[in-house]
Design a protein around this ligand. Structure first.
Ligand code: HGY
Ligand code: MN
Ligand code: MN
Length: 414
């Protein structure tokens, strides 16, 4: 275990070095295409190059490193996670999976292992979807699921994704060639922090992910009537913010009522042309709705839309309900999960099956390839927060399990 601890210390140093690159002097923020994002990508690429991998940055900004098998016709096994972050993020959400994967490949290179399949390590460029509110841009390109209409999506400043790619020096016309054809995929492995409290509560370092919840992300635009705060009588107002506030509380109430099967969150709220002496005329907010059960997710989506429209109607406010993106719940591959479960057990840990409430790049990948995920304990399950933390022994444990898993996979295919 001492060797794994030493290797884990090296991974930790890299996680810290990447976390030091941020668009925000206070916290960790590297959203898609920003200067910090580009600097972070360049650093990760330099590590992949130093490891001896054939590296490139593709048309959507993914950093990719390939370790070829001597058998050209072999399939490709992808080890990946993401290096973009939310705003004021933690250090581990994404980079842990990329840099743990890099360590695995460094070992294979140093052993001059003859691989029965190619391995591609990918640092995906936009899992969080913070800038353009569409997740998985990087993994959708690699899986051939990228929708070119996304290129016209504007960010908050009106810059389209196509413009952002041009600024990054990326080539949107190249995207179709950046996919790994479906028939060339052998499978996919992602190590990721749990971002939930189960492993912390049960004092267990790792878990096996069995499924990933589906998501519906919605933009709600409330239209009222801006007015003078000093002259419009209370009974004559069409206050878009008070309407949005009632809907936000209704979302919370609905989520609490059905908390066994779903979660519902309003994470962003923007008062357009806000001023303290103006009755809010337009308010835009987001809804993030998730469930591991596809039918219940669809039902909850309709229920909340009906409730929100009724509140708006009763307040004489218009409501535009714009679905921004949705993903159905996915299940991880039984065969790969069996191998991973054996690797966990052989490493001396209990095999804990967990459903992920968080989305991951595993979601688009699972549409075309067998995929499996290893969860790593994080402090109190806190994530999307600077308090996010992983202890060195848990990182060493995850590395040991992941290396056992990869070794089993190589043996299985040799
Ligand atoms: O929002 C999520 O589930 C992930 O962190 N992108
Ligand atoms: Mn993540
Ligand atoms: Mn995240």
């Amino acid at each position: 275990m001492a060797a794994y601890t030493t290797r884990a210390e090296n991974i930790m140093r890299r996680i810290e070095a990447l976390a030091a690159i941020s668009d925000d002097s206070q916290g960790v923020t590297r959203t898609f295409g920003t200067p910090a994002f580009l600097a972070g990508s360049a650093l990760v690429r330099s590590w992949l190059e130093a490891a001896g991998l054939a590296t490139r940055i593709d048309g959507i900004g993914n950093v990719r490193g390939r370790l070829a098998s001597p058998h050209p016709a072999a399939k490709t096994f992808v080890i990946a996670s993401h290096i973009d972050t939310v705003v004021n993020a933690g250090k581990f959400d994404g980079p842990l999976g990329v840099l743990l994967g890099l360590d695995l490949l460094e070992q294979l290179v140093s052993q001059q292992a003859e691989l029965p399949f190619h391995i591609e390590l990918i640092a995906f460029s936009d899992e969080e979807g913070c800038r353009f509110h569409t997740t998985y841009l990087g993994s959708k390109v690699v899986t051939g699921a990228f929708d070119n209409s996304l290129l016209q999506k504007p960010d908050a400043a009106g810059i389209t994704l196509a413009d952002a790619l041009t600024t990054m020096g990326a080539d949107a016309q190249q995207l179709v060639y950046d996919a790994i054809p479906a028939n060339e995929w052998l499978g996919y492995f992602e190590a990721h922090i749990e971002q939930g409290p189960v492993l912390y509560e049960r004092n267990i370092p790792v878990a096996l992910v069995t499924a990933i919840a589906g998501q519906q992300r919605v933009e709600l635009v409330f239209g009222g009537m801006a007015g003078h705060a000093g002259t419009v009588p209370m009974g004559m107002r069409q206050d878009a913010l008070c309407c949005a506030a009632e809907v936000v509380l209704a979302v919370e109430e609905f989520g609490r009522e059905h908390q066994q099967e779903l979660v519902a969150t309003v994470g962003k709220l923007d008062i357009r042309h806000a001023a303290s002496n103006v009755i809010p005329g337009q308010v835009v907010c987001t809804l993030d709705l998730r469930s591991a059960d596809a039918a219940r997710l669809a039902w909850a989506y309709q229920e909340l839309q009906t409730q929100a429209q009724a509140i708006a109607h009763q307040r004489n406010i218009t409501l535009a309900w714009n679905l921004v993106q949705q993903t159905t719940p996915v299940t991880c591959d039984a065969g790969l999960n069996t191998l991973l479960a054996h690797a966990i057990a052989d490493s001396g840990y209990p095999v804990v099956p967990l459903v992920s409430g968080a989305g991951h790049d595993t979601v688009p990948v699972s549409a075309i390839a067998p995929a499996t995920m290893l969860f790593v304990r994080c402090y109190k399950g806190i994530s999307h927060n600077p308090l996010e933390n992983v202890e060195l022994p848990d990182l060493a444990a995850a590395l040991r399990v992941a290396e056992r898993f990869l070794s089993k996979l190589i043996t299985h295919h040799s």
